[in-house]
Design a protein around this ligand. Structure first.
Ligand SMILES: NC(=O)c1ccc[n+]([C@@H]2O[C@H](COP(=O)([O-])OP(=O)(O)OC[C@H]3O[C@@H](n4cnc5c(N)ncnc54)[C@H](OP(=O)(O)O)[C@@H]3O)[C@@H](O)[C@H]2O)c1
Length: 283
């Protein structure tokens, strides 16, 4: 039996500059895939990536900042035979042209790819230097897409300056009911410049689950087809038209399946989103 036959159709969004469709929920690997030294945790990561790919997930996000996450992702993708199904994103996180090139080449080895789907400048560290290299790499086909990331609202203005000219393919940024600031300007700037948006910290690093602990889902959750708090949080994000993909971090196969369940319609409309914000802020 093929995995494709088992996969439900996930809601996908086009990368604005190419039209390539990407499932709207991906997988973050910070902390959760930094498990090279622990057999039990490595097995959990394997089951998580297996479930993710079986259910049709594609975008996996890593970074050289995430310990063994890149090598664990590369190893498991090859062992599970899912490498070609995945859209692999990682980052460069150092200063200087040559140091950047060395680090990016090292990441490709660890991820076991000849060509990366997406290389992002992590937290804008020495961004002009690395973007100059990456524009060349894109021309020669070593990377398919280039991007910039940050995780904090204090950097949104700077991210906006990088994407405004329109030659960056992806911006990765924090956006959630708990951290909604990107909705004020940055997401509009992304839409205007046809920049794809990856949303990191969709659960504010898990803190949002603390806010709803022990609380039943509100009755209106049924109207937007959500079966869990995670799906409610993700659907609020995905309902923003500028968002391409949210990347919750997890090493739990049940959680990855739960999260992919949010890549589905119906999504909340503007009035519902605003009501959801009011509700979350009242907790
Ligand atoms: N500067 C940057 O570029 C930057 C910064 C931050 C993050 N990121 C990227 O964004 C990804 C996501 O951010 P994050 O990992 O910081 O935080 P997050 O995705 O907001 O939250 C992760 C936490 O949520 C829990 N979780 C996930 N799915 C769940 C579910 N269905 N039900 C209950 N709990 C669930 C996880 O626990 P379990 O493991 O128990 O599921 C984990 O503790 C990172 O992994 C990384 O790839 C990038």
């Amino acid at each position: 039996m093929t995995h494709a036959a088992e996969s439900p159709k996930l809601l996908a969004r086009p990368v604005p500059k190419t039209g390539e469709a990407i499932p709207a929920v991906g997988l973050g690997t910070w902390q959760v895939f930094d498990v090279a030294g622990d057999a039990k945790e490595l097995e959990q990561a394997r089951e998580t990536l297996k479930t993710f790919a079986q259910l049709g997930g594609r975008l996996v996000d890593s970074s050289p900042m995430y310990g063994s996450s890149e090598s664990v992702t590369g190893q498991l993708a090859v062992e599970l035979g899912v490498r070609s199904k995945l859209f692999i994103a990682t980052k460069v996180w150092t200063s200087g042209k040559q140091a950047g090139i060395r680090q990016m080449e090292d990441s490709m080895k660890k991820l076991r790819v000849e060509r990366l789907d997406l290389m992002q400048v992590h937290n804008l560290v020495d961004a002009p230097t690395h973007l100059a290299t990456l524009r060349e790499w894109k021309k020669t086909g070593r990377v398919r897409y280039i991007g910039v990331t940050h995780y904090n609202a204090s950097a949104h203005e700077e991210l906006e300056r990088f994407i405004r000219p329109g030659d960056i393919d992806f911006v990765q940024v924090n956006y959630s009911l708990a951290e909604p600031e990107a909705g004020q300007r940055l997401l509009r700037a992304a839409a205007d410049s046809r920049t794809a948006v990856i949303v990191n910290r969709p659960f504010a690093e898990g803190a949002m689950f603390g806010r709803v602990k022990g609380k039943p889902l509100p009755a209106w959750a049924r109207e937007i087809g959500v079966a869990s708090w995670a799906q409610l949080f993700l659907k609020w994000i995905l309902a923003h038209p500028a968002v391409t993909c949210a990347i919750p971090g997890t090493r739990n196969p049940r959680h990855v399946a739960d999260n992919l369940g949010a890549a589905s319609t119906p999504l909340p409309d503007e009035a519902m989103r605003s009501m959801m914000s009011d509700y979350f802020n009242s907790l």
